[in-house]
Design a protein around this ligand. Structure first.
Ligand SMILES: [Zn+2]
Length: 706
């Protein structure tokens, strides 16, 4: 806290200076004038957790201060996981809220904190202390483990309240007289009321009303802070779980699993709602509010709310329908079999019958999916958001009568255009459960013109007892295959295939395809041993930046005349002596190396008249005047490039003996005539990569950590 006071005064000094500067540009402002209103405000955060608060009851209860936060900010409801990932209990719920990861990472699955993984996944106040130790962090909670266990010892001050009134008083005191930056407050007595009398009781609603009044006091203390105008507060209210109508939690019922994130701050529109925010997003949202850059190796499951990007499945929300065959889902609007735009479902191998809602890949919400039948791992699909895609051979087959036939469906993504980079980054949320034999995997397919066959990206286990061998965000760095000429495909699609006989399911979400930047221009280049050469003489062509072993056809342009071939060595360089045909007309030409992929690397080459007879030379020189050098018999000895062009005129127009060559020369259009002769490497090819080239016949995928 002392450190923070220093930092705050430094900031005040800086603000003062900037105020003076701003003033001097317009009207002079006296020193000590109020800080301009657009000065950056100090980020501050307050998260209030109401243990066991059921959102549905809270909405109906007398909770005006919570409703005011909703009207001023964001409201998002979502479901908790359930067993086997973790029962709906406080240890698991608060750990998810504090750490920003789900229980399969933080490993708190009960209230005994037997084997927490807080060393790898600490609470967000600890992360704030690590990244910005000058910030002042404060925890006060009525439930003991909040201040002793869930939030770690790096937090500046951890205090337990004797009861919610005491917790509230301690929070108000600190906010009123101290200068905390990041505060977590835990209120416990709504949960107590739930246990005593159930969430449908008047006592439970009364406890919510009391908690709401305590929230009013805490938020009021924030708003009455002396420097409140210069502070940028994010205020979050959330809960760790709900309660059954008759009391108790830990199970998978909707009232127990439903929780909420209410967030008021400058970054949230008043009265807004979202369907894609879960409680694991609270910690990253607080860190983002404080300007603390999140690191990839933190492996957080949550996202800062404003960084959550909707996917194609989420666009289906307006099309969601109610139950058709699923008796237990009556009243839940939450599924469609209409694929998003650009996506297709191949059900050509799907038998008829079964549950309509689960026939082939369909698209649904967590409420619809997980409540189809509780206790079968569907509640573990916590990394999906909003609407996701589901292939579920179990639920499809479970309508009476059971078909015991093979579910076999493939979901095909839109065509993703490629940019010329050699790799593609592919990621998707994947929750795969296996019970009996089933098959699942992802194939990459390519644009038809590429002629490339589909390739495996990943296969999933085929056998097991009911378990989730995969429940994570999958990341692949996929190396694209090339065709026989070394060319990359122009586009890809992903094919998610699943089959099984009354086994389990596969849910996927947030399918993302991206690429590194397109490659820099081809570094392949060639050079010639001399900028000009006499027709009929030889010149050495050298090259660098080619693929190892690449075969090149050497030609004289513009009307191509073959000069033979060259082969790059293991380091991609080449050196090949070629002879210019004696018939080549003098003039400016281009020497071209044609690559395996059809692209070209070129360099200008001036060709002078073949060493002629003395007579011809004399004639030429006489006619042209300036082309004296070409006129000598040795004239092949390369006069200057500039004169070479004149020599061409002389050779064509002025000699009898070379007349044939001259006529032919007219047909061989002179290229680059306006270019200055000399060593200018034009050589960057239009397409293809150097270095990797044709070496790869097949694509390869590498799972990457992220
Ligand atoms: Zn409880």
């Amino acid at each position: 806290m002392r450190k923070h006071a220093v930092a705050a005064s430094a900031a005040a000094v800086l603000l003062g200076i900037s105020g003076v500067c701003a003033g001097s540009a317009a009207n002079a402002t006296p020193t000590g004038a109020p800080v301009p209103t657009d000065a950056p405000r100090t980020p501050k955060t307050l998260v209030i957790g109401v243990d066991g608060a059921s959102f549905d009851v809270l909405e109906q209860a007398e909770t005006p201060s919570i409703h005011a936060l909703q009207q001023g900010g964001l409201t998002a409801t979502s479901n908790l996981p359930a067993s086997p990932m973790a029962p709906t209990v406080s240890g698991a719920g608060w750990s998810t809220i504090a750490t920003g990861v789900w229980p399969d990472k933080h490993r708190v699955t009960d209230n005994n904190f037997t084997n927490p993984n807080y060393a790898q996944f600490p609470d967000y106040l600890t992360r704030i202390e690590q990244a910005a130790p000058q910030r002042s962090t404060f925890v006060v909670g009525t439930w003991g483990p909040i201040s002793t266990t869930v939030f770690g010892s790096a937090v500046d001050e951890r205090v337990q309240g004797k009861n919610d009134a005491d917790t509230t008083a301690k929070a108000v005191e600190r906010l009123s007289t101290g200068n905390p930056d990041d505060v977590f407050v835990h209120l416990d007595e709504v949960d107590g009321a739930g246990h005593s009398t159930g969430s449908s009781s008047a006592a439970y609603r009364a406890a919510l009303k009391t908690a709401d009044q305590q929230i009013a006091k805490i938020v009021g203390a924030v708003e009455q802070r002396p420097d409140y105008a210069n502070e940028d507060w994010l205020i979050v209210v959330t809960a760790d779980h709900g309660h059954t109508p008759t009391g108790g939690h830990g199970g998978a019922s909707r009232l127990e699993r439903k929780t909420f994130v209410i967030a008021k701050g400058a970054e949230f529109a008043a009265g807004s709602t979202r369907d894609d925010v879960r409680i694991a997003d609270i910690a990253p949202t607080v860190l983002a509010h404080d300007g603390i850059a999140r690191k990839t190796d933190w492996e957080l499951d949550g996202e800062a709310v404003n960084d959550i990007v909707p996917d194609d499945f989420d666009a289906l929300r307006p099309k969601l329908r109610g139950a058709v065959d699923e008796k237990g889902l009556v009243g839940i609007t939450g599924w469609t079999n209409e694929a998003p735009e650009g996506w297709t479902v191949d059900n050509s191998k799907m038998p008829t019958g079964g549950s309509t809602e689960f026939r082939g890949w369909t698209f649904m919400t967590d409420d619809f999916f997980s409540n189809a039948e509780l206790g079968q791992h569907r509640e573990n699909n916590v990394r999906s958001r909003n609407v996701f895609a589901v292939a579920d051979s179990d639920e499809w087959d479970d309508v009476s009568p059971k078909s015991s036939r093979n579910f076999d469906s493939t979901l095909v993504t839109p065509e993703y255009p490629l940019n010329g980079a050699a790799t593609v980054d592919i990621s998707f949320v994947s929750d795969y459960a296996v019970d009996d034999p089933q098959g699942a995997g992802v194939r990459v397919s390519f644009d038809e013109a590429s002629g490339l066959q589909p390739q495996k990206l990943v296969d999933y286990p085929a056998n097991g007892t009911r378990a989730n061998p995969v429940n994570q965000v999958e990341h692949f760095s996929y190396e694209l295959p090339r065709d026989a000429k070394g060319r990359l495909p122009k586009s890809i699609r992903l094919n998610f295939s699943y089959s099984g006989i009354n086994s389990a399911f596969w849910a996927i979400d947030q399918v993302r395809v991206s690429q590194p930047d397109a490659p820099t221009p081809d570094p392949a280049a060639i050079a010639v041993s001399a900028p000009s050469v006499a027709a009929g003489s030889a010149v050495t062509v050298t090259g660098t930046g080619f693929a190892p072993g690449e075969q090149l056809a050497l030609e004289l342009h513009s009307t191509p005349v073959s000069l033979g071939t060259a082969t790059a060595d293991a380091s991609g360089t080449l050196s090949q002596r070629v002879t210019i045909p004696a018939s080549a007309p003098a003039g400016a030409h281009t020497l071209v190396a044609k690559r395996a992929d059809g692209s070209e690397v070129a360099i200008p080459l001036a060709i002078t008249a073949a060493p002629g007879t003395g007579a011809n030379g004399s004639t030429g020189s006489g006619a042209n005047g300036t082309a004296a050098g070409n006129g000598t018999a040795a004239g092949g000895s390369v006069g200057s490039g500039a004169n070479g062009a004149n020599g061409a005129t002389a050779a064509g127009a002025g000699t009898d003996a070379q007349g044939t060559a001259g006529a032919k020369g007219d047909g061989l259009a002179v290229t680059g005539a306006s270019d200055p002769a000399g060593i200018v490497i034009l050589g960057a090819a239009l397409l293809a990569l150097a270095g990797v080239g044709i070496a790869f016949g097949t694509g390869r995928a590498r799972r990457t950590a992220a």
